[in-house]
Ligand binder design. Structure first.
Ligand SMILES: Nc1ncnc2c1ncn2[C@@H]1O[C@H](COP(=O)(O)OP(=O)(O)OP(=O)(O)O)[C@@H](O)[C@H]1O
Length: 276
């Protein structure tokens, strides 16, 4: 089981809110996905976002990074409302954010080095040679062996593809990392390795992480706080013990059902709620 190994956060970054979501509304046709949803993310934390299928976790991620225009509400990234910025300012804010989408979304016709080099050439204006050099460093940062750089996605295991996707998300040195179900489809050993990598990178690079997941092991091993999406809102966003103790049928079933109990390191993790 992966354990927390927090470094002291930089004093300047303590308690700062980097993402502020207020009264967010999202709807598609007549389907209301989010209604007056509020959520905050603090600098340096890893927030796990959970919820039943279709509760709008991916839509929330896409809306925060500016890929989905909300029907209402406000989102502030680094204190700035993207909708109030010029195109150039918005693009600068977006470069401070890295996203690993579900499935990794690497270009299948490019090797890993070229995949990671794409944002470096397109957004940072690096030469191909410099971009390749930096890309190899990013791939190493995510734990890939050096000979992986010239391989194509189809030649790699699912875990390696996820790491390469992560290397690409980190290409432009983002301050916030968004991950959409990064361990989905990985075997338990690879998933645990990826969880550990996220914590290590957060500690080493001072990242803030917004992590959509269904993986109870990830919640236990890597997340500082957990936000539960339910009934179109964030029902609760708190430390695992507090969330698992919340009186809500979905939460009780999820955290204190058989899989939740198995993921908890000790059976007595929530003794005060053992009678439910
Ligand atoms: N572009 C879109 N157009 C129409 N409906 C959409 C669109 N994007 C998402 N939805 C709907 O919004 C709802 C929330 O979708 P979303 O993918 O965010 O759920 P999720 O919580 O991430 O689910 P899962 O855990 O299954 O991945 C779903 O009912 C989905 O069909």
């Amino acid at each position: 089981m992966v354990r927390h190994h927090h470094l002291e956060p930089h004093p300047d970054s303590l308690g700062k809110t980097v993402i502020e979501v207020r009264k967010l509304c999202n709807r598609f046709g007549t389907q209301v996905v989010h209604d007056q949803l509020d959520l905050d993310l603090q600098t340096g934390e890893i927030l796990g976002v959970v919820g039943g299928s279709g509760t709008g976790k991916t839509v929330l991620l896409r809306t925060i990074v500016g890929l989905n225009k909300p029907a209402g509400g406000q989102i502030r990234l680094f204190g700035k409302n993207l909708e109030e910025l010029s195109a150039e300012q918005r693009s600068r804010v977006k470069q401070r954010v890295g996203v690993l989408f579900q499935g990794g979304a690497l270009f299948t016709s490019l090797n890993l080095q070229d995949n990671v080099a794409v944002p470096l050439i397109e957004h940072a204006g690096l030469t191909r040679k410099d971009a390749h050099h930096l890309a190899r460093m990013k791939l190493a940062l995510t734990g890939l062996p050096s000979d992986a750089a010239l391989k194509f996605p189809s030649e790699l295991s699912g875990g390696m593809v996820k790491r390469a996707g992560l290397a690409r998300a980190l290409a432009l040195d983002p301050e916030i990392l968004f991950l959409d179900e990064p361990t989905a489809g990985l075997d338990p050993i690879s998933a645990a390795g990826f969880d550990e990598l996220i914590v290590t990178l957060r500690d080493a690079l001072g990242l803030t992480v917004f992590l959509v997941t269904h993986d109870l092991d990830t919640l236990h091993s890597s997340c500082d706080r957990i936000a539960v999406l339910s009934r179109k809102k964030v029902l609760v966003a708190d430390r695992l013990e507090k969330v698992a103790a919340t009186q809500d049928p979905w939460i009780q079933n999820y955290f204190n059902g058989p899989r939740g109990r198995a993921a908890a390191a000790t059976p007595a993790a929530h003794p005060e709620h053992g009678q439910e």
